[in-house]
Design a protein around this ligand. Structure first.
Ligand code: ATP
Ligand code: MG
Ligand code: MG
Length: 529
């Protein structure tokens, strides 16, 4: 099936960008520095990068910083860092705010040509008029009056200026509501993180994006599908301002079950202490999923497999984790951990512990070797112990068969076992193959952490308040012991604890504290709620 996977990725991408000329394609990823990158943004970034590479063109990373109330330098820096983690570097990094002067001039041009007007209709009324297809009372203001409001009142952020906004004069009753005189400039007295207090008014997203795309030489603007109604508006601006045309290419937004992607809602979880921070392993941020054990390759394969789909999807996380497993399984070193240990005394086991070198991955010698200790006293998981019966012959993984001579039980739980070696026994004939560790001081204490989704409902409906669907417990700890080789791992390393699953080391143990491992979902686990 892994051969088939590669084909699928290629086949999906035989979709082409319209009128793309090799060597001349320019795409752009335009994040607003108003939060940390999440997995949806990663999709947009990877797609833009993919097309730029495919056509030997260029990728622009553009900070879409036109709303000082939401934006911060902290977010800008984190976005650059996260793109780097994803292996994405633009050919240029630009800022919408670099074009404030240019957009100001273009807005004056629209006003002078009678294609924009100043409107001080109160917000609620404006919304209603737009719904009903009624023209604003201010629609026929004179060019002079409009110019004065824009270049004096609004520009200086006066009391009169703040009451006004500038609207493009497209239509008041077009069936497409996106064309009903959209707002293109409004006042905001909050200082901007790059331009300070130089500006008291800012272009809106609708006005800014087509202009900057055109000026920067973007040939293909990739936009998520919910902007489709706004495509005619985008084209209207380019026509009205006589600017170079840009192709728009729509792609599907990704959504995941039981997951919120809105920056505002994610911030709420941080503020309320439901998560530690934006890099919490339960968060769908680039940092969060990476901390949970997602690889860059897994993420890329996922985006590329999704590629041209235009259906807005509510994906199950198992899809992406299953792709990730294909990346990590062939290279993750195998280790052993035991939770709730039960002792086995091997009557004829080695008198003194013996250490041997064994491969960390049976099918991939490149992964290297580890130390395995064989001893007279060993430990196994309580759960495994409870599955055993009196006199049973079973297999110790990577050692051999043993036969139980004494099984001490209390209240149905096995307390301890005595057994004798039967290393010539046939492991194919035993019912149980069990992971074990020598019961020596060398073992390392570990904290195995698993997580659940933050939200209890697969897909929140329109009227649902997400605060009513918070999962009560989302973090689960199991204390255990692991083999001594764990001490050589670095934070971020991905391993498999045999018969338990994949884990990522989040924190090394020190001064009596255990090594903290996060469970990496493998695409099979289901929510506990
Ligand atoms: P939010 O709704 O949280 O404010 P946003 O979509 O406004 O997020 P931007 O920083 O403006 O965030 O987005 C940057 C780019 O990422 C845009 O091109 C946007 O279309 C794309 N994008 C955002 N969310 C998703 C998603 N869920 N799936 C795919 N692309 C997305
Ligand atoms: Mg946005
Ligand atoms: Mg948004």
């Amino acid at each position: 099936s892994s051969g088939k996977k590669k084909e699928t990725h290629k086949a999906n991408f035989e979709i082409n960008l319209q009128d793309a000329v090799d060597g001349q394609v320019v795409t752009r990823f335009p994040p607003e520095p108003s939060g940390y990158l999440h997995i949806g943004h990663a999709k947009a970034a990877i797609l833009n990068k993919y097309f730029a590479d495919q056509y030997h063109g260029k990728l622009i990373i553009r900070f879409d910083d036109t709303n000082p109330s939401k934006e911060r330098v902290e977010f800008q820096d984190s976005i650059i860092e996260d793109l780097r983690l994803l292996g994405i570097k633009g050919d240029r990094t630009t800022y919408s705010s670099d074009y404030f002067e240019k957009m100001y001039e273009l807005c004056i041009q629209l006003i002078k040509e009678g294609k924009a007007y100043a409107d001080d209709t109160v917000q609620e009324k404006m919304r209603q008029e737009r719904m009903d297809g009624i023209p604003s009372e201010r629609r026929e203001r004179s060019v002079e009056e409009n110019l004065n409001i824009f270049t004096e009142e609004m520009k200086n952020g006066t009391e009169e200026g703040i009451k006004n906004c500038i609207r493009a004069k497209m239509s008041y009753d077009n069936p497409n509501k996106a064309l009903r005189d959209p707002v293109i400039y409004r006042c905001n007295l909050t200082p901007h993180h790059r331009t300070g207090t130089e500006w008291k008014m800012y272009p809106t997203y609708d006005f800014c994006v087509p202009i900057v795309d055109s000026i920067e030489g973007v040939t293909h603007a990739l936009r998520t599908i919910e902007y489709r109604d706004r495509n005619p508006q985008y084209e209207w601006f380019l026509n009205a301002l006589n600017l170079r045309k840009v192709h728009i290419w729509d792609f599907a937004r990704v959504n995941f079950v039981r997951t919120l992607l809105s920056k505002r809602k994610l911030q709420w979880f941080v503020d309320k202490g439901y998560v530690s921070n934006w890099d919490d392993p339960r968060f769908p941020t680039v940092r969060g999923v990476r901390r949970r054990g997602m690889t860059v390759e897994g993420l890329k394969n996922f985006v590329i497999a999704q590629g041209p789909s235009r259906n807005i999807i509510n994906l199950d996380w198992s899809v992406i984790w299953a792709l990730n497993k294909k990346i990590i399984d062939p290279i993750a070193p195998r280790h052993t951990s035991i939770v709730n240990p039960v002792k086995i005394h091997l009557i004829d086991g080695p008198e003194k512990p013996v250490t041997e070198k064994k491969p960390k991955h049976k099918k991939n010698p490149d992964v290297g070797e580890k130390d395995v200790i064989y001893a007279k006293d060993i430990i196994i998981d309580q759960e495994d112990a409870d599955s055993l019966e009196d006199d049973e012959e079973f297999t110790l993984m990577d050692w051999g068969n043993i036969i139980i001579t004494k099984l001490l039980k209390e209240d149905g739980k096995v307390q301890s076992i005595e057994a004798k070696l039967n290393l010539d026994g046939d492991f194919r004939k035993t019912k149980h193959k069990i992971t074990w560790l020598a019961d020596t001081e060398d073992n390392v204490e570990v904290d195995l952490v698993d997580f659940d989704h933050l939200i209890t409902k697969d897909k929140l409906d329109e009227g649902d308040d997400f605060e009513n669907f918070i999962t009560p417990d989302t973090e689960f700890h199991a204390a255990g012991l692991a083999d001594l080789n764990i001490k050589l791992l670095e934070v971020g390393d991905i391993i498999q604890f045999e018969r338990k699953g994949y884990y990522r080391l989040d924190k090394k143990g020190e001064s009596g504290k255990p090594y903290v491992f996060f469970t990496i979902p493998d695409g099979k686990t289901v929510s506990k709620y």
